[in-house]
Design a protein around this ligand. Structure first.
Ligand SMILES: Nc1ncnc2c1ncn2[C@@H]1O[C@H](COP(=O)(O)OP(=O)(O)O)[C@@H](O)[C@H]1O
Ligand SMILES: [Mg+2]
Length: 226
């Protein structure tokens, strides 16, 4: 294992203005994630899970502290570097899948790869490979509204994985799925983590994830604990 963490979070503080009131959400968060980890972050609704993921995903910026992703310090990074980090280093999986409704399953995956500037053959090859890995190749030409929630999430997982990013960030990926479908998605993510070695950081309420995680954290009162 490479000893340099793929994500290093140090002394991170983040508050939001809600009207006139400044509400602290993260109050000194430290976290190291290593290559191949399958990390789960638990916390009640409103505890700051999405906030932390969005900071690690270069979607939002810290008030204080440091976040390094695959060697890039996000705090001091230029806008172009942040856009590049989102495009190349990070795969994102959302609770509501966030597939583009006017594109088929395979076109959704291909589009993420087109943004990487890969050549056509590589895009086709990877899209087919990862849709196959998530069991969605037979439905590759369906549109999102022709797919169930679980199937859409499998496509979203393929889209995130196909980039072969430094880390996949998943924000409540099973939050919109029934228990049985959710269990299938958990098993799939674990299997992909084991076989591809891609690092996963998952914010969730799903207790099943605690059983398969390499490390589990809890956010309480703006801090992260084991
Ligand atoms: N963009 C925002 N503007 C204002 N407040 C926000 C924003 N995003 C989140 N918050 C607040 O920050 C707190 C943490 O939210 P969030 O990170 O979404 O928690 P979780 O994902 O654990 O449910 C909540 O109180 C929420 O209302
Ligand atoms: Mg959230």
């Amino acid at each position: 294992m490479n000893a340099t963490p793929v994500i290093g979070v140090q002394g991170v503080h983040k508050s939001y203005h809600i009207g006139e009131v400044l509400t602290p959400v993260l109050c000194g968060v430290d976290l190291e994630i290593h290559r191949g980890d399958f990390v789960v972050i638990f916390g009640v609704s409103g505890s700051g899970k999405t906030t932390l993921l969005n900071l690690m995903g270069a979607i939002d910026t810290v008030d204080e502290g440091s976040i390094r992703i695959d060697g890039l310090e996000l705090a001091g990074a230029a806008r172009e570097q942040l856009i590049d980090a989102r495009r190349v280093k990070i795969g994102y999986i959302f609770q509501f899948y966030n597939l583009i409704p006017t594109l088929t399953a395979i076109e959704n995956v291909e589009m993420a790869l087109e943004l990487l500037g890969l050549d056509r053959a590589e895009i086709k090859g990877r899209s087919n490979h990862y849709l196959e890995r998530v069991g969605m190749l037979a439905l590759a030409h369906k549109y999102p509204d022709q797919l169930s929630g679980g199937e859409q999430q499998r496509v979203a997982i393929a889209r995130a994985l196909a980039k072969e990013p430094a880390v996949v960030l998943a924000d409540e990926p099973t939050g919109n799925l029934d228990e049985h479908t959710a269990a299938g998605v958990v098993r799939l993510m674990q299997e992909l983590n084991r076989t591809t070695g891609i690092t996963f950081v998952i914010a969730s309420h799903n207790k099943e994830l605690a059983k398969v995680a390499t490390r589990v954290f809890h956010i309480t009162d703006g801090r992260l604990a084991h």
